[in-house]
Design a protein around this ligand. Structure first.
Ligand code: ADP
Length: 274
């Protein structure tokens, strides 16, 4: 059974003039990392909101088609179970911080607290995640006074503490310097190794090339390309919609596709000796 399935999804926000997603179908398998790329305004965040179940519950609007998680329509899932099954890291970490807790430690514990997890288990779990992310220096800080990069790490910690099976991550590196970006991608890779299914919106195409198993390209609400990462990111057509292609991807793609003519010139060992 497919893990997450989009079946002919079209969506229009209550106040948008046109549909913002058009007949999108795709099957996501468990344990893979999916990169979602495309020009601004194409519909990537809307698709994330939809998979997270924020649409239609939160936004209303007109939705046709189905989003199935483990074969069951998200509209039929109990909303609290859905909320723990899918973790969502927002594009803007400023909206991710609750604003009601006085320390980072309490902020990270909040999701578990809301689930009614026993105090001792909760504390141990939070300590574990803090150590995992190496953010011991932040625990006593006021979550409302953190830098963008620090907030991003705390947002990750809160989500990891919840141990959701599916993670939808919308531009996690937008607030981060190169070191922070590399740290976050190590965390994402670690989550994948734990068997999490990850949907990742990311503008930095070289990171998608390195980490994603499959890529979806969304432009003007349509899924225009999708499939294995190496195939998709070496497609020169991406340049037409303003997506740069990593040189290394083009090079390795060209070498693969140019094998045949080279084989005509291949010589045997005995010919070479002659
Ligand atoms: P992306 O993440 O690819 O930049 P979005 O999903 O944010 O794209 O936006 C897709 C389209 O939907 C855009 O035209 C945007 O203006 C529109 N849109 C996004 N959110 C809303 C909303 N709440 N109401 C109406 N239109 C919206």
């Amino acid at each position: 059974m497919s893990y997450i399935e989009l079946k002919d999804i079209s969506y229009k926000y209550p106040l948008s003039k046109d549909v913002v997603l058009k007949e999108i179908s795709y099957t996501f398998e468990k344990g893979k990392l999916y990169g979602i790329i495309g020009p601004n305004g194409g519909g990537k965040t809307t698709l994330c909101n939809l998979i997270k179940g924020l649409i239609p519950n939160f936004y209303d609007g007109e939705l046709t088609g189905e989003v199935l998680i483990e074969g069951k329509d998200i509209r039929d899932w109990d909303s609290s179970v859905l909320a723990t099954t899918i973790g969502y890291i927002f594009q803007n970490p400023f909206t991710q911080i609750s604003g009601i807790k006085e320390t980072v430690f309490e902020e990270i514990a909040l999701g578990l607290e809301n689930l009614g997890v026993e105090k001792e288990i909760m504390i141990n779990r939070v300590i574990e995640v803090i150590k995992l992310l190496g953010i011991e220096d932040l625990v006593e800080k006021d979550p409302n006074k953190l830098s963008g990069g620090q907030r991003q790490r705390v947002a990750f910690a809160s989500i990891i503490a919840m141990d959701s099976d599916i993670l939808v991550i919308d531009e996690p590196t937008s607030q981060l310097d190169p070191q922070g970006t590399s740290d976050v991608f190590k965390i994402i890779q670690g989550l994948k190794e734990q068997g999490k299914t990850i949907l990742l919106v990311e503008h930095k195409i070289d990171l998608i090339a390195e980490y994603a198993d499959e890529v979806l390209v969304i432009d003007q609400g349509e899924l225009i390309y999708s499939g294995e990462t190496s195939e998709i990111i070496s497609n020169r057509e991406l340049l037409n919609i303003g997506i740069s292609i990593p040189q290394v991807a083009l090079l390795s793609h060209d070498m693969q596709t140019s094998n045949e003519p080279f084989e005509q010139f291949a010589i045997t060992k005995s010919q070479a000796r002659e």
